[in-house]
Design a binder for this molecule. Structure first.
Ligand code: ADP
Length: 727
C-alpha cells in the first residue's frame, strides 16, 4: 500500500504538506531536471530545421536524461497508415529490420500511433504473451505519441532493463511528445520542401541536359549525377538492352564497392533477374527493399548490395534499358524514390531517343555532305575543264553583260591590253559591245568583221542559255584565212590568165593554119603542138599541186635506187642535150644509194631540174650530175646535185623561184615557154619525201640545185618519211 501511496504522491506538487523536506527537495530537483530537459529538447527542435540531425540530437538528449540505453523515433505516414523509422539507437541488429516500418496498430509503437495514447510497460514479458518483446535486453518500454494540435505525427519510444524507466521519465516523455510534435512537423514540412526544391532543381537541370547538344554519354553521366543528388543511392547505372542481352553503358558510385571492375564488363541475358523481366512486362518501376541473401551466394563482389530500385527506360513505349539504383542497406528506397527514378528514366529515354535521331540526322547530314562534296568536286572539275578550255583556246572569248565585260580569256585580254594600241583596243572593245547588243536585240547569233593594227578580226556573239542579258563573244584572228583567201584569189586570177594565154596562142595558130600557104603549115603546126604541150603541162602541174594542197597526194613509198631514176631522166633528155650541144658529166655512184620514194613523183623532180638546167644553159655549156651520200643534222642523206653553167638566177629572183607561176624576167626572155610551176612541184614533192632542196646561183655563171633525201638504211629517216607521208 505504502508504495501505492508513494506512487500517488509522486504526481503531487512539492508543496504537498505530507512530504518530508528531503522528499520535497528531491522532487524539486527532479522537476527542475525535467524542465531543463524539456527546455533543451524544445530548443533543439526550435533551433534546427534539419530533421535527421534534430531527431538524432533529441534522442541523444532523451537517452542521456532518462539514462536509458535504447530508443527510437518513428514518423507517421498517414497516407500509408504506417510508421516509418526516423531514428534508432541502441537496438541490436536483428531487431532493427522489424522496426524499420511498423503498420499502424501493430507492435506497441503501432498501437500508440493508432490510439494516440502513451504506454509505459514495466515488463514486456507480461504483455500480450510477450509478443512485443523484441530483445531480452529491453524488458521495459515507454512509448509516447508525438502530437501536433492533438494529432499524432509520430511515436517516440525508449527501452531498457526492468526498472530502468521511472514514472517521472514516462511523464517527461509524455510532455516531450506533446511539445515537440509541432517542431517535428515543421521540420518535416521544411524537409519535404527542401526535398521538393532539390527535386525540382534536379529535374530542371536534367531537362536542360537532355535538351542540350552534349554527347549521349555525357548526357547520361549528368543524369546519373542528378539522380544521385535526389535519391538515397549508393551506386547507380544505366543499362541498355541489345537483342536479348543487357549491358551497362554508364555508371556512378561503384568505385567504393568490390564489383567496381566487374560492372563495366557485365553482359547478361535479359532473363537473368526477375526484376528486369517484370520491368519489361509491366513497364513500371520496381523496388526490392531487401535483396535475399541467397541471391548473391555465388556473386562474392555483389554481397554489399541489399536494396534496389529500378525503372525501365522507354522509347516509343518500348523498353530499351533500365535505370538501376543500388543500396547497401535494406529498405534504402521507398515509393517516392521509385516515382522520382521513373522521371529520370523518362529523361534517359528521351536522351537515347535524341541520340538515335541525332545519329540518324548525322548519317543523313553526312550523306548529304558527301553528295554535296562529290557534286562540288564534279562541278569544280567541270569548271576547271571549262576554265582550261576558256584559257587555252586560240580564240578570244569575252562574256558581255550589257555594256560590261564579265570576263575575258587570256587571248582576248592580250589583244585588248597588249597587242593592239590603245585606240585600236578601244575600237575592238566597242565592236565587241555592239555585236553583243545586236545579238541580244535580234535574239540570234550576230557577226562582224573588222581590221585593226593589220589584224583581221571576226567577232561572233552568241546567247547563253538561262542568261538573258549575257552574250559570249568570240574574237577570232582570221588574218591567215584572209591572207589565204587573197592568195587564192590571186592564184585563181593567175591560173586563169596562165591558162588563157596558151589557149589564145593555140587559137591564133589554128586560125593561121587554116589560111596559111602550104609551105608555112608545118611550122604553124609545130608551134601549135608546142602550145598544146605547154597547155597540157600547165594543167597537169596545176592539178598535181592542187592535189598536194588538198592533202590528197598520197605517196606509196617503195625503196628505190636513185641512180636508175636519174639515168631515166637523162635518157629522156638526150635529144635536147644533143640539140644544144651540152656536155653532161655524170658518173653512176657505186654503190648507188637507196631511198624510200614514189618513183613517178621523184622522176618528175629529176625531170624538172634537168630540163631547167638544159633550158637555162646556153649551147656548149656543161651540166654536171652527182649522186652521193652525206651526213647532216645527225643523219645520213642521199644527195643529187645538178649543176649547170647557165644564165644563173639573180639575188632578187632567188627567194621567189619556188613560188607558183614565178618566172624571172630573164628566164622569160631566154625561154618563153616555161610554166613557173616546175620548181614549186620539186619543192612540194621533196618535202613530201621528208627531204630538202637547196639552190646556189650566180648570174651568167650557172646554178646548182642540191636535193637531200633520207637514206633508206636510216631507220629514223624511214620512220620520219612514213610519218610525213601519212600526215
Ligand atoms: P619555168 O617554167 O619558168 O622554168 P620553174 O618553176 O621551173 O619554171 O622555174 C622558175 C624560175 O626559176 C625560172 O623561171 C627561172 O627564172 C629560174 N630557174 C630555174 N631553174 C633555173 C636554172 N637552172 N638556171 C637559171 N634559172 C633557173
Amino acid at each position: 500500500m505504502s508504495s501505492q501511496r508513494e506512487g500517488s504522491c509522486r504526481f503531487r506538487w512539492p508543496w504537498c504538506k505530507r512530504e518530508s523536506n528531503e522528499e520535497v527537495i528531491r522532487t524539486l530537483r527532479q522537476r527542475n531536471a525535467e524542465l531543463e530537459a524539456l527546455h533543451t529538447i524544445t530548443s533543439i527542435i526550435a533551433g534546427s530545421l534539419e530533421l535527421d540531425a534534430m531527431l538524432e540530437a533529441m534522442m541523444q538528449t532523451i537517452l542521456r536524461i532518462t539514462r536509458t540505453q535504447a530508443g527510437g523515433i518513428w514518423l507517421l505516414d498517414r497516407r500509408e497508415h504506417r510508421l516509418r523509422l526516423a531514428y534508432l539507437e541502441g537496438y541490436p541488429d536483428e531487431v532493427q529490420a522489424k522496426l524499420r516500418e511498423i503498420p499502424a496498430g501493430q507492435l506497441l509503437e503501432g498501437e500508440v500511433a493508432e490510439t494516440g495514447e502513451a504506454r509505459f510497460i514495466r515488463d514486456l514479458r507480461k504483455e500480450k504473451g510477450g509478443a512485443w518483446l523484441l530483445s531480452p535486453r529491453f524488458l521495459t518500454v515507454a512509448t509516447v505519441p508525438l502530437l501536433t494540435k492533438g494529432k499524432v505525427v509520430g511515436v517516440l519510444s525508449i527501452a531498457g532493463e526492468v526498472g530502468a524507466i521511472s514514472e517521472e521519465t514516462f511523464r517527461l516523455l509524455q510532455n516531450i511528445g506533446a511539445q515537440v510534435g509541432l517542431g517535428i512537423e515543421k521540420a518535416i514540412l521544411y524537409h519535404e520542401q527542401q526535398e521538393q526544391r532539390r527535386l525540382a532543381e534536379a529535374l530542371a537541370e536534367s531537362a536542360a541536359i537532355v535538351g542540350s547538344s552534349l554527347e549521349l554519354e555525357e548526357v547520361l553521366d549528368r543524369l546519373l549525377e542528378q539522380a544521385a543528388r535526389i535519391l538515397p543511392a549508393d551506386a547507380l547505372n544505366i543499362m541498355l538492352i541489345e537483342g536479348d542481352r543487357v549491358r551497362p553503358i554508364r555508371w556512378r558510385g561503384y568505385e567504393k564497392f568490390p564489383c567496381a571492375e566487374e560492372l563495366p564488363k557485365l553482359d547478361l541475358p535479359l532473363d537473368t533477374y526477375p526484376s528486369w523481366e517484370l520491368m519489361m512486362r509491366h513497364k513500371h518501376t520496381i523496388i526490392i527493399p531487401e535483396i535475399p541473401a541467397e541471391m548473391w551466394r555465388e556473386a562474392e563482389n555483389w554481397r554489399w548490395l541489399h536494396s534496389y530500385v529500378g525503372a525501365p527506360i522507354l522509347i516509343k513505349d518500348q523498353v530499351v534499358g533500365f535505370f538501376n539504383i543500388d543500396g547497401s542497406r535494406p529498405y534504402q528506397f521507398d515509393e517516392a524514390d521509385a516515382a522520382r527514378l521513373s522521371i529520370f528514366a523518362r529523361y534517359a529515354g528521351t536522351a537515347l531517343e535524341h541520340a538515335r535521331l541525332y545519329r540518324q540526322l548525322r548519317t543523313y547530314t553526312e550523306e548529304l555532305e558527301q553528295r554535296v562534296a562529290e557534286r562540288t568536286e564534279r562541278l569544280r572539275a567541270r569548271n576547271a575543264r571549262l576554265q582550261a578550255i576558256f584559257n587555252s583556246t586560240s580564240e578570244g572569248l569575252i562574256l558581255v553583260e550589257g555594256d560590261r565585260f564579265e570576263c575575258a580569256n587570256p587571248v582576248a585580254a592580250r589583244w585588248l591590253e597588249r597587242t593592239l594600241n590603245p585606240a585600236d583596243a578601244e575600237k575592238l572593245r566597242q565592236a565587241i559591245v555592239e555585236v553583243a547588243r545586236t545579238a541580244r536585240e535580234a535574239g540570234e547569233e550576230s557577226r562582224r568583221e573588222l581590221t585593226l593594227g593589220g589584224i583581221d578580226f571576226l567577232l561572233k556573239a552568241r546567247p547563253i542559255e538561262g542568261e538573258e542579258a549575257t552574250r559570249l563573244v568570240t574574237v577570232q584572228d582570221i588574218t591567215p584565212w584572209k591572207a589565204m583567201a587573197r592568195v587564192y584569189e590571186r592564184f585563181i586570177s593567175t591560173v586563169s590568165h596562165e591558162l588563157r594565154s596558151p589557149i589564145t596562142a593555140i587559137r591564133l595558130y589554128a586560125e593561121l593554119l587554116r589560111n596559111a600557104p602550104e609551105e608555112r603549115r608545118l611550122s604553124y603546126l609545130d608551134a601549135l603542138f608546142k602550145e598544146i604541150d605547154h597547155q597540157t603541162e600547165l594543167i597537169e602541174g596545176i592539178l598535181r599541186l592542187t592535189r598536194i594542197d588538198a592533202g590528197r597526194q598520197r605517196l606509196t613509198l617503195v625503196p628505190l635506187d636513185l641512180a636508175t631514176h636519174v639515168q631515166a631522166a637523162i635518157e629522156h633528155h638526150t635529144v635536147m642535150l644533143e640539140e644544144k650541144k651540152l656536155h653532161l658529166e655524170y658518173t653512176p655512184p657505186d654503190p648507188p644509194p637507196t631511198v624510200l620514194g614514189q618513183p613517178e613523183e621523184l622522176g618528175l623532180v629529176f625531170h624538172n631540174l634537168l630540163r631547167n638546167a638544159i633550158q637555162y644553159t646556153p649551147p656548149e655549156g656543161t651540166i654536171r650530175i652527182v649522186i652521193g651520200e652525206e651526213e647532216r643534222e645527225g643523219r645520213r642523206w642521199a644527195t643529187v646535185t645538178i649543176s649547170d653553167t647557165g644564165i644563173g638566177i639573180s639575188a632578187e629572183d632567188l627567194p621567189h623561184i619556188f613560188k607558183r607561176f614565178y618566172r624571172s624576167s630573164r628566164a622569160q626572155r631566154y625561154f618563153p615557154h616555161g610554166t613557173g610551176l616546175g620548181l614549186a612541184l620539186v619543192k612540194e614533192i621533196i618535202n613530201l619525201h621528208g627531204g630538202m632542196v637547196e639552190v646556189e646561183s650566180e648570174v651568167e655563171r650557172g646554178t646548182t640545185f642540191k636535193l637531200y633525201l633520207p637514206l633508206f638504211t636510216s631507220q629514223a629517216a624511214m620512220h620520219e618519211v612514213k610519218a610525213k607521208a601519212a600526215a
